[in-house]
Design a protein around this ligand. Sequence first.
Ligand code: CUK
Ligand code: CUA
Ligand code: CA
Length: 647
Amino acid sequence: MSPSDHESGSLPPPQDPARRRFLSATAVAGLAGAGLSLGLAACKKSDTAGAAGPAVAASGKVDYSKYEVPPGQLDTYYSFSSGGHSGEVRIYGMPSGRLFKRIPVFNMDCLVGWGVTNESKAILGTRPDGSPKYTTGDTHHVHPSYTNGTYDGQHIFVNDKIHGRLARIRLDTMECDKITELPNVQGFHGVFPDKRDPVDAKINHTTRVFCGMEFHTPQPNDGRDMDDPKKYFCLFTCVDAQTMEPRWQVKVDGNMDLVATSYDGKLACSNQYNTEGGVHYEDMMSAERDSCVFFHIARIEEAVRQGKTFTIGTSKVPVVDGTQAANSDPKTALTCYVPVPKNPHGVNASPDGKYYACSGKLSPTATLIDHALVLQWFDGQLKTPRDTVVAEPEIGLGPLHTAFDGRGNAYTTLFLDSQIVKWNLEAAKKAFQGDKTAQAVVDRIDVQYQPGHGFTSMGETREADGKFFLSDNKFSKDRFLPVGPLHPESSQLIDISGDKMVLVADHSVYSEPHDSIIVRRDIIKTRQIYDLSDFPNATTKVQDCRLERQGKKVTIHLTSQAPAYGLREWKVKKGDEVTIILTNIDKVEDLTHGFAIPKYNINFIVNPQETKSVTFIADKPGVYWCYCTNFCHALHLEMRSRMMVEA
Ligand code: CUK
Ligand code: CUA
Ligand code: CA
């Protein structure tokens, strides 16, 4: 975006506050330069002055104090947020916007020691030299496990777009416990757990996690077919939520972007912006329509059981053919490709289980697809997949993601308009049926600026409570103190409990959250401390601390207890392979110790009653003070042990 773009004058006369106009113009000019023509007529003037919101006085003034969390009081919600190309997941309090924790997942983290300790490396996967296989990650979508259509507080699943990995986080410790690399997948973008079993009525919780693949590649991607993009294809992967092993994959036409699942467990779906199979962006937007592809889970699993599968390269995961050519008879089809306007982004299931909203992105529309009608298509009762569409309201420019309030309204982020638009599902359906009096759009509010994902409190569950909407915006520009060329992103809190949306807080967030979820705090039950018995290698008493040598392998069994480690010093020889197993035997909640060795690149923490280990080659003779990094005691600075490496 060059400064001249701001004056490009290709927009209707300004009506909104200057700052909003500034960015919209930039973004639209940028896209127009890319050969895009957008229906600018759809850009309507916003009307956001809150009058009926619950914290808005008759004067029109918002009582912001209602949304503050005073000292000593706790938030009412957790917000779990992806960290984008930071590779992590973050936990915030809502409505305060306080950052509580950053959970390292695919990234290195020298506070926790993620990528440093043997335990974290075992989860991350290693190279033959013992270093982590990858040290970069790109998290986009976080979704917890479900029971009875709502969050059960067990796990959160998060994708890694860059290396095609799925991670699971335990919600009792808020730590990653498994990472799975999906076979033959590049650009793993959308992820969603199932909400119940499609066949067994007794299984009312998450047992599968569905993973979309955005970047089509030759299969296997080993150097073959590189110049023949027609042979490239994508895979939709089902991972077992318990074992985290891939169960099966589906070959699909086109790409997959976001993923959503039904409340009855029967369907999963993914929006597709590149049904063209293009390799350049012009090709990817050449068709007027793309698709939202639906997967019939029970039929796919039956096909896998019957062995109607193939494998790709060295992967043993069974693959079924979900291409349109192989699924022309609805009554046996594994997939249903519903046409939607060009290059959609985002698909979300409504909390009543009835609809999927697919955002237009390059079309100023949202497409509402009826769940029951998709099932009817699979039963052969509909003429075409397009007959499953029950509404397609014009909502504004650059629609990306949709959230729901549980009262029949949808809230869609408008990237180009820098707005959130509230639209009513029933009104949109009536308008689609030709009722000229029906008005789908009921409210709009400006956000600062260019929103990506938006999400409502409990909005992806049956318990959607319609209280808050968070808009995670891609640009913050002038909303915060300047901090150099890299700006923070803005996450804006909107009260949606009334007829009118009311902006009630600007929170800054580190680049770059994509998706988040807002979870009622009573659902989350965390452990206060670890349990020593969970660690077979724990050293439970100071007296048990020792050095064990087997040839050149040295193991140091060590405890930490404020303000000392269980051994004051130890000696090893140059060239020894040293493993330090450290158990924090302090039982006091919050009493964490650290362990760092200068020049050896070792740095990690142990929480109360937790055990972690590190292994390294003692290749540098000399004295190295192993010291505590986590302030734990008045003698925290004195908490150190001497490692002597003999030449
Ligand atoms: S994608 Cu980022 S704003 Cu990865 Cu969910 Cu739409
Ligand atoms: Cu132990 Cu600081
Ligand atoms: Ca397209």
